[in-house]
Ligand binder design. Structure first.
Ligand SMILES: [Zn+2]
Length: 169
């Protein structure tokens, strides 16, 4: 979801964090109302400012987006759609759960899948390739995942996740 006021919002989050007068829960609650966004968006902002100075960030650069698009061949890594109206770079493990903006946690996904996925963890089609150098992250995803799209045929007519792909665990 696009937030045109994201910079204003992040500035406010940073200000409140710097003042250190409010708990994160209060910041999330009040700013989600003020900026008409989800608490998870504010949570992501808080994580962003708390992790400044490290290599870990939940935000993506333009280059990262381009890299992910190329690696995933412009194909939604869940439903396989290559002609969706709009796409985003999606966190396999959601930012809300401290999913990092590293290529091994990012996939190209259509807005429809992103909206349906919400805070779930889904195993993308290209999972083996995406995580081949990051076995620990791979295991983390496998433990958290509720759906598995690895066996999907990219040619089939599919524009939404299939419920029978639920994993048992
Ligand atoms: Zn999709």
């Amino acid at each position: 979801m696009a937030h045109p006021n994201i910079f204003e919002r992040q500035a406010k989050v940073k200000q409140l964090l710097d003042e250190n007068l409010l708990t994160h829960a209060v910041i999330k609650k009040s700013l989600s109302v003020e900026f008409n966004c989800s608490k998870s968006a504010i949570h992501a902002d808080i994580i962003h400012f708390r992790t400044l100075g490290t290599t870990e960030t939940i935000f993506q650069s333009a280059k990262t987006r381009a890299d992910i698009f190329k690696r995933d061949n412009g194909e939604c890594q869940y439903c396989g759609n290559k002609v969706a109206y709009s796409y985003i770079v999606e966190h396999i493990i959601p930012a809300y759960f401290s999913g990092v903006a590293k290529p091994y946690n990012l996939v190209w996904a259509c807005q429809k899948c992103n909206a349906a996925k919400r805070r779930q963890v889904w195993i993308p089609r290209n999972f083996e390739e995406i995580t081949k150098h990051h076995p620990e992250w791979k295991n983390k995803v496998l433990v958290l995942a509720t759906k598995d799209f690895r066996m999907q045929n990219t040619n089939e007519e599919a524009d939404s996740p299939q419920p029978e792909q639920q994993l048992n665990h």
